[in-house]
Design a binder for this molecule. Structure first.
Ligand SMILES: NC(=O)c1ccc[n+]([C@@H]2O[C@H](COP(=O)([O-])OP(=O)(O)OC[C@H]3O[C@@H](n4cnc5c(N)ncnc54)[C@H](OP(=O)(O)O)[C@@H]3O)[C@@H](O)[C@H]2O)c1
Length: 363
C-alpha cells in the first residue's frame, strides 16, 4: 500500500460504497494539564475535525500507556511537550475518514500508528504515510502492545545489535513493555536471554524464555556475570544512571551496548536532559576506545528528517512484528484494558510496578 518512501501506491480517492466515511460529531480525549497525579488527568469532549489533505481519521480501538507518559506526567520526558496536551504514544484504530489525496479504500481498515502524543482520544487524525496495516486476525489491544514496543525492540535487536543465533543477550526490565518484546524477539532470533526484573515478575520472565535475575539484588552484577562468563553479545539498558557502566563492562569483546532510556532518573528532581546528555557523553567516549565493543543510544525518532526512509524502515519493521503476532510466534502481554474515561486509573496501574506487560486504553 505504501512505497519505500512512505507514499501511498494507490492515488485513487474513490471509496468503496459499503464503507462510507464517518466523522464523529465529538471526540473524547484525555488531557495532561500540567504536572499532576494520575487523578489530575482530565477527560474532555470537543467537536471532531475532518481529516485534512493527506490525513486519515481513525476511530481508536486501543491506545497504549507507556513509560514515556509516566515521564511526561512529571514534566521529565526528554522531548517534553508543553502543557497542556493530549498524551498517547501509539494506537491501533480503524480508518473512518480520509482527507484529500488519500485512497478511499483505506476506509474500514485497521492501522497501527506511532504518534508520540495525541493517541489518548476516541478519534485521532494522523498522516496517511504513518499508517501500518494490522492483520484482521489480530486483536486490537494485542496489536497495540507491539507498536512502540515492537518497533523499538526490533530495531535495537536487528538494526543496531545485529543479533544472531547463539548470541547471549541481557535485557534489563525484561517484564516491561519493551523488555518483554525484546526477550521474545531475541528468542525467536535464536539467542539465549538473561533478563533483570523484580522478583515478583520472575515467573513471567521465565515463561517468555529468559533466565531472570533480580535487579534489586545487591550482587546483581555478579549474578549476571556468572550467567555469561565470556560476556554478553548485546546488553539492552533503559535504566541509565551509574548502572550503565556495569552494563558496558558485562559486554563480550565484540559486544554491543544499546542504551535507550534513563528510567533510573524518573523520580529524581532536576532537568530531564542532563542525565541523557551525560549518557550520550559516556557512549561517545566508549565508542572512541580501541577494541571491538560498540555503544549506541537508540532513539525511535532518529532519522525522521529523511521521512521516506524513516517510514519505510518503520513499516517494514513493525510489519515483521505484526506478522509474527498473527502467526502466534509472539505472545502479547496486555496487563489490563481500561476505558479511556478511566485514564487516571490506567496510569496509576501502569506506574504501580505490579503489572506484567502493557496497560491498554480502549474506547
Ligand atoms: N529511546 C527510545 O526510542 C525508546 C522507545 C520506547 C521506550 N523507551 C524507553 O524504554 C523504557 C521502558 O519503557 P516501557 O514502556 O517498556 O516501560 P514499562 O512497561 O513501564 O517497563 C519498565 C520496566 O523497567 C523495569 N525497571 C524499573 N527499574 C528498573 C531497574 N532499576 N533495573 C531494571 N529494570 C527496571 C520494570 O521492572 P519491574 O516492573 O519488575 O519493576 C519494568 O519491567 C523507558 O525508559 C522508555 O522511556 C525508549
Amino acid at each position: 500500500m505504501y512505497d519505500a518512501e512512505g507514499r501511498p501506491t494507490d492515488a485513487s480517492r474513490s471509496r468503496p460504497a459499503d464503507v462510507p466515511a464517518h466523522v464523529p460529531s465529538t471526540v473524547t480525549e484525555a488531557v495532561l494539564p500540567g504536572i499532576v497525579d494520575p487523578d489530575g488527568i482530565q477527560v474532555r469532549t470537543r467537536p471532531a475535525r475532518p481529516a485534512g489533505p493527506g490525513q486519515v481519521g481513525l476511530a481508536m480501538e486501543a491506545a497504549g500507556v507507556s513509560f514515556a507518559e509516566q515521564q511526561m506526567r512529571r514534566g521529565k520526558y526528554y522531548d517534553q511537550p508543553p502543557f497542556s496536551f493530549v498524551p498517547g504514544y501509539d494506537l491501533v484504530g480503524r480508518a473512518v475518514d480520509v482527507g484529500e489525496g488519500v485512497p478511499g479504500d483505506l476506509l474500514g481498515r485497521r492501522f497501527a500508528v506511532l504518534t508520540k502524543t495525541g493517541a489518548w482520544a476516541s478519534h485521532v487524525t494522523v498522516e496517511a504515510g504513518d499508517l501500518t496495516e494490522v492483520p484482521e486476525s489480530v486483536d486490537s489491544a494485542d496489536a497495540e502492545t507491539f507498536v512502540v514496543n515492537g518497533i523499538t525492540a526490533w530495531q535495537m535487536l536487528h538494526r543496531l545489535a545485529k543479533i544472531r543465533p547463539g548470541h547471549t543477550v541481557l535485557v534489563h526490565g525484561a517484564n516491561g513493555g519493551v523488555g518483554s518484546t525484546l526477550v521474545q524477539l531475541a528468542r525467536i532470533a535464536g539467542a539465549q536471554v538473561v533478563g533483570t526484573a523484580s522478583s515478583n515478575h520472575h515467573d513471567a520472565v521465565r515463561a517468555l524464555g529468559a533466565t531472570p535475575v533480580d535487579y534489586r539484588a545487591h550482587d546483581m552484577h555478579d549474578q549476571l556475570r556468572a550467567r555469561a562468563p565470556q560476556g554478553y553479545d548485546a546488553v539492552f539498558d533503559h535504566v541509565g544512571g551509574e548502572g550503565i557502566v556495569a552494563s558496558y563492562r558485562l559486554l563480550a569483546a565484540q559486544g554491543t551496548l544499546v542504551a535507550y532510556g534513563t528510567a533510573s532518573t524518573r523520580d529524581v528532581p532536576g532537568s530531564s536532559r542532563a542525565p541523557v546528555l551525560k549518557l550520550f557523553a559516556r557512549l561517545m567516549l566508549w565508542n572512541a576506545l580501541p577494541g571491538g565493543k560498540g555503544a549506541h543510544f537508540y532513539n525511535i525518532w532518529a532519522g525522521r528528517r529523511r521521512l521516506g526512509t524513516f517510514r519505510g524502515k518503520l513499516h517494514a519493521d513493525l510489519g515483521q512484528v505484526l506478522s509474527l503476532l498473527a502467526d502466534g510466534a509472539l505472545a502479547p502481554q496486555v496487563a489490563a484494558r481500561v476505558p479511556l474515561t478511566e485514564v487516571g486509573e490506567a496510569v496509576r496501574l501502569a506506574e504501580s510496578g505490579t503489572v506484567v506487560g502493557k496497560v491498554v486504553l480502549v474506547p
